[in-house]
Design a protein around this ligand. Structure first.
Ligand code: SF4
Length: 65
């Protein structure tokens, strides 16, 4: 699994950080998403997929690695 997030369209809502904190983080300056683990372990898959669905800006994508 490979995770991407389009920071240009991120609105900093933070649902991804709450849902999968091992994979997503906010940067301190702009409050926009940072990917901590672009290829997260398989046991994070469900939370990453939930974060993708919950992202209000629709900027998270998940692809097969
Ligand atoms: S949930 Fe979406 S809009 Fe909110 S911080 Fe994460 S990537 Fe950005």
């Amino acid at each position: 699994m490979r995770v991407r997030a389009d920071r240009e369209r991120c609105i900093g809502a933070g649902l991804c950080v709450l849902t999968a904190p091992e994979v997503f983080e906010h940067d301190d300056d702009e409050g926009l998403v940072i990917i901590l683990e672009a290829t997260p372990a398989a046991h994070h898959r469900d939370n990453v997929e939930l974060a993708r669905r919950l992202c209000p800006a629709g900027v998270i994508s998940v692809e097969p690695a």
